[in-house]
Design a protein around this ligand. Structure first.
Ligand code: HEM
Length: 165
């Protein structure tokens, strides 16, 4: 397949360095920071919790002590970590991004939920980094997540089309 490399996500070397450095900090606590992402997403838009059949009935304040939730958020963090480890390879990034979308059908999640989690990821980073969360950090992650989200939505649409009855 030919890939328009500029269309995946074009990060300058400095932006890649920022993402790697800040992710190294965030990934020191995969379950804790993964939980921060999901709990923030549920706070921003409580509807998003309804798609999680495995723990939607558990109150938010009990989720951190629920192994199933911690396992799930650790998987989400690992998936972001894989993306961070592939920043130099646009074709791998494209595949990873699409695959993230495909994992979300079934059950098909509304694609706009990928925009809700964007804000939650940035909040988690802000919380981890404190005053080290600069405008440059915000810009680098916003750019990376923009590529992820765009192609994940494509992957989700492709999976829906293939699995439609
Ligand atoms: C950066 C964005 C996201 C990443 C990296 C991500 C990652 C993952 C991963 C790795 C899995 C496990 C899939 C598997 O084991 O096959 C998963 C499952 C799932 N994700 Fe996401 N996800 C993202 C966004 C979202 C959003 C925005 C929602 C909905 C609001 C969502 C809802 C779900 C649900 C419902 C499952 C299935 C959970 C289960 O029953 O095991 N995800 N996600």
């Amino acid at each position: 397949m030919s890939t328009d490399r500029s269309a995946v996500v074009s990060l300058a070397e400095g932006e890649k360095a920022i993402i790697r450095r800040t992710w190294a900090i965030a990934s020191r606590d995969m379950a804790g920071n993964g939980a921060n992402i999901l709990l923030k997403m549920f706070e921003i838009n409580p509807e998003t919790k309804k798609v999680f059949a495995k723990f939607r009935d558990i109150p938010d304040n009990q989720l951190r002590s629920t192994p199933r939730f911690r396992a799930h958020v650790t998987r989400v963090m690992a998936s972001i970590g894989t993306v961070v480890s592939a920043l130099d390879d646009q074709e791998v990034l494209l595949d990873l991004f699409k695959d993230i979308g495909k994992k979300h059908h079934p059950p098909r999640i509304p694609e706009e939920y990928f925009d809700v989690i964007a804000g939650a990821i940035l909040c988690m980073l802000q919380r981890c980094l404190g005053t080290d969360y600069t405008a440059e950090v915000d810009a680098a992650w916003t750019k990376l997540y923009g590529g992820l989200s765009r192609h994940a939505k494509d992957g989700l649409k492709e999976a829906s089309a293939m699995k439609a009855p």
